[in-house]
Design a protein around this ligand. Structure first.
Ligand SMILES: [Zn+2]
Length: 397
């Protein structure tokens, strides 16, 4: 860490040239490049991006009306586009005051109310700079969210419908893979997931619920926990592929969970890439749940078999769109697929780094047709799995 820091400082000094590395030996400033906020239904994150790692001082977590993050004794410069005061005003964070100078920096978050917060850093990597994140919980939102999910489960029983949890991959500061001309995976997945939910809600006896309906981050485990709490019958995670190592890449592949790791190295790399979302999103590493008992094994075996059937059925339907090659059903260790409560699949819809497929992914008509095929696949799955849907009972979400 120390040598890495020194290395990046030297790099900045060199890039600034001789004028700045003057006689007093003054150190080059780290730059605050950008500051952004992302609001989810339960929390707001303020993300500060820096040109290099900073030795910041702040409480890790707590309950307060204000959060102070300082960078003592280290010159910090502010990029021209970064304001002195960021007004958020979303009911969780009022504003962030950003004071920078040669002696250090102070970042003072003013919250709307006294609430639980945490502060953490995200290392630079994958095209992202070093970041410091302040996350504040929306007061009362966790209880409200629990009531919302319980309500979905209660209405499911009352209306005798099947719930399909539709998960738009990535979100917020986790942008996912990038395509040409600024096409971002997190936006494409949200658009396709929204269209899929709409299509599914036209099927009598089926109700779709999105795990996220806006541009914010949800940790991978929280995604299936949400689905478990709403008593979902199926879980479909929408993603877009990207091939750094496999040439340009093209086509659709549908994954279900592998308990023994991926079938080949490329699939393992992809799972690593998708699983890295939690690193981007700042969730501490969790050890695997060791729920080893017979009931769990039985549930898991059944969920895996049904997941395979769901994956095959979805791919059959998507493959009927001749614009995309079918790359087959595959298995890998995606964290988001680890629930044993329902069949889960992850659809890598197309390759976002392939310019022609990125154009499709970004196209509203294509998003709708992909959603239409996936919804038809879900309906076929229920038939193949001999799961009865209430007939003639079109539901409203
Ligand atoms: Zn993804």
């Amino acid at each position: 860490m120390r040598s890495h820091l020194a290395g990046s400082l030297i790099g900045i000094l060199l890039s600034l040239g001789p004028a700045r590395s003057g006689a007093e030996g003054s150190r080059a400033a780290v730059s605050l490049l950008a500051v952004r906020s992302w609001a989810s239904p339960t929390a707001t994150r303020v993300v500060m991006e820096f040109s290099a790692a900073v030795a910041r001082v702040a409480p890790d977590s707590g309950v307060s009306r204000t959060v102070l993050v300082t960078v003592p004794g280290e010159p910090v410069a502010r990029a021209a586009n970064v304001p002195e005061v960021l007004r958020v005003g979303d009911g969780v964070v009022d504003s962030l005051v950003l004071v920078t100078g040669v002696d250090g920096a102070r970042f003072h978050a003013w919250l709307a109310d006294s609430t639980r917060f945490r502060v953490f850093d995200l290392a630079a990597g994958k095209g992202e700079p070093y970041r410091v994140v302040i996350e504040a919980v929306r007061p009362g939102a966790l209880a409200a969210e629990a009531r919302r999910l319980e309500g979905i489960a209660t209405r499911k029983k009352r209306d005798r419908v099947r719930i399909v949890a539709v998960d738009a991959g990535h979100g917020g500061e986790d942008k996912g893979a990038r395509g040409p001309r600024g096409v971002l995976e997190k936006n494409v997945t949200l658009a396709i997931a929204g269209a899929l939910a709409e299509e599914l809600n036209h099927i009598p006896g089926v109700r779709a619920v999105l795990t996220r309906d806006g541009d914010y981050f949800i940790p991978l485990r929280d995604r299936y926990h949400l689905a478990e709490k709403m008593k979902a019958d199926l879980f479909i995670s929408i993603h877009a592929n990207s091939s750094r190592r496999r040439g340009r890449g093209s086509g659709t592949e549908v994954y279900f969970l592998s308990l023994r790791g991926a079938g080949d190295q490329a699939d393992a790399d992809l799972a690593d890439l998708e699983n890295a979302a939690d690193l981007v999103g700042g969730v501490p590493d969790q050890t695997e749940d060791h729920l080893v008992n017979i009931l769990y094994d039985v549930k898991r075996t059944s969920a895996l078999q049904q997941s395979q059937l769901l994956a095959e059925t979805l791919l059959d339907h998507v493959a009927s769109d001749r614009r995309l090659e079918s790359r087959g059903v595959k298995q890998a260790g995606f964290v988001v697929l680890k629930s044993v409560e329902f069949p889960s699949v992850l659809v890598e819809t197309a390759f976002i780094n392939n310019p022609s497929e990125a154009r499709l992914l970004n196209n509203r008509a294509f998003q709708k047709s992909m959603a239409h095929q996936l919804a038809a696949g879900v309906q076929s799955y229920f038939e193949r799995a001999r799961i009865d849907l209430m007939k003639g009972d079109a539901t409203t979400p």
